[in-house]
Design a protein around this ligand. Sequence first.
Ligand SMILES: CCCCCCCCCCCCCCCC(=O)SCCNC(=O)CCNC(=O)[C@H](O)C(C)(C)COP(=O)(O)OP(=O)(O)OC[C@H]1O[C@@H](n2cnc3c(N)ncnc32)[C@H](O)[C@@H]1OP(=O)(O)O
Length: 191
Amino acid sequence: MTAEASLRQHDAVVTRLRHFLDALASAAPDEQSGERLRHDLARWTEDLRRYAVPESRRYYGRSPTLASAGQATTPWYVVDEATPPERLAGRASFGTFFLGGRGAAHGGTIPLLFDELFGWLANSEGMPPSRTAYLTTNYRAVVGIGRPLTFTAWTDRVEGRKRFLRAELRDGDTVCAEADALFVTLRPGQP
Ligand SMILES: CCCCCCCCCCCCCCCC(=O)SCCNC(=O)CCNC(=O)[C@H](O)C(C)(C)COP(=O)(O)OP(=O)(O)OC[C@H]1O[C@@H](n2cnc3c(N)ncnc32)[C@H](O)[C@@H]1OP(=O)(O)O
């Protein structure tokens, strides 16, 4: 299989998994269905273990051209405009899997999205790797499950090894959340 075909296959499986997680989070299956599900999941888990590869060869979370970088465990997002390391802009949506309560996204999943966006902004191609030192989120309005959202993330300033980043998440004209973060470039030998 070509690398391109493998990437397409990964994207299709992750999309399916995302729908599965949303369905699982919404469902209360009967005993028989629950048992069948447990059995099927166990079988697929064993099957996939045979195909384990080192981190550098994985698609999951490492595929910037795919939605959510090829992950089902972050809120869905796509980058529409990218001028790294200056700016990223795109669309996002939180499925039922990310529900906190009363129709709103879980508070911990919003910084997850921001950390993801900042990670790509601060670790674009050719840049030395960096890690989040802090990430502060201000929750301005609830993020509704299933709502079409937009985001912008940008580099505010750079001071030596320190990259100060900012982002906002909007539902139409409403700013739902804002974040600021410090990413620190790693020194040689730092994990
Ligand atoms: C490696 C990447 C692979 C990439 C692969 C490709 C995939 C790309 C997509 C990735 C998408 C998701 C990527 C998400 C990115 C994470 O989520 S990374 C995981 C979460 N973060 C961590 O685990 C970090 C844990 N902490 C650390 O490792 C270390 O504390 C740090 C952040 C590297 C800094 O340690 P250090 O290098 O010893 O820093 P140090 O010399 O003490 O400080 C440097 C400067 O930063 C300041 N500073 C440090 N920490 C702080 C702080 N918390 N508050 C304020 N100032 C601070 C210091 O005061 C100092 O300032 P100056 O004196 O120079 O003015």
